[in-house]
Design a protein around this ligand. Sequence first.
Ligand SMILES: *Cc1c(COP(=O)(O)O)cnc(C)c1O
Length: 422
Amino acid sequence: MDHFLYQDGALHAEGVPIADIAAAVGTPFYVYSTATLTRHFTLFDDALDWGDHLVCFAMKSLSNQAVIKVLADAGAGMDVVSVGEYLRAKAAGVPCDRIVFSGVGKTAAEMRTALEGGIRQFNVESEPEMIVLDSVAQSLGLVAPITVRVNPDVDAKTHAKIATGKSENKFGIPISRARDVYAMAAKMPGLKVIGIDVHIGSQLTELAPFEAAYKKVAELTEQLRADGHEISRLDLGGGLGIPYTRSNEAPPLPTEYGGLIQRTVGHLGCEIEIEPGRLISGNAGLLVSKVIYVKSGEDRDFLIIDGAMNDLIRPAMYEAWHDIIPVVEPAPGLTPAKYDIVGPICESGDTFAKAREMPPVAADDLVAFRSAGAYGAVMSSEYNSRPLIPEVLVDGDQFAVIRPRPTYEEMIARDTLPEWLK
Ligand SMILES: *Cc1c(COP(=O)(O)O)cnc(C)c1O
């Protein structure tokens, strides 16, 4: 559920009319609901109430400072995948013992910054990374707490670009080699093994792949303990999917997911970490755009809007579906129109939807993309020299710009001319 509803015929974000934000900020923009963010975090937190746990928000899904602060204030940890995200988390006031560092390509410089600044754990993804982390930690006279990310070779049954748990993916070490790798880690004075990490993919709409992966992790925990390792923490990754369309079958709820975790690994007495991104941020955000033209084509009408693939790349990159609704509530019983909904960018890929049925709209009307909070603003760019899309946060009946749209002058001034061209 979210907090974007029609009230008196106008779409609101919590208590704020979307049209008011559009008038103040211009279009396109992202708007996030504080209540939805905290509600989704709390659902996960409550679902793991049966034991020691930390819910680490996957910052890569939405990394604005204000959003991070909302979640950190609610008690969330952060899962970061670059030193940039690490520094963002710290800047938003997240305590370093609540920051987990994931990712296949951590550099020595990134490791150094995180070790010096403090970190809850590194999720190590390969032997070469382990060797570098050991030497960086030793050079600083520190010991790096680690889990090893294992690849359980399960099919997440999701889009190929966001599946990470099959043996052909670049992530983690094969679970079959885990015992050797843990033995190697245990001999490294700069590392302290504390647990196991797994993350099999994103936008999973069934629990079975999680169950298969977590059973393998439980087995591995017992083997590693028998080998003499102290396994006290299990990081079970993120990936629980969200409904992108109302007609979709409903993905499992965080409570069911929490129950599955308890059933599969609860008996091991480990502290549980999870790293949800999309399920916390996805339905907490809308992308709001304005219709520029309605253009009649040979066999279809085109809705040309002022948002484009540089603002929201998911449809172009993952064939993703977003519900697109008018900001003025349509009259009941209206015959739907059928549109190809496109942005102004000079690429056919700049298409949000084909032959989409929706209530008829006209030039200058506002439309909202639902479920756009995750992997939206964070993937935006200035392609076609379209200034970076702004972000807005709503809390009750107040709203604030949390990332302003640069002016054209600011955008252009970021480039600098070399001396010889001046
Ligand atoms: C992307 C990612 C997540 C979050 O995935 P969601 O589908 O957004 O929940 C969690 N952990 C790791 C390591 C990731 O790469």
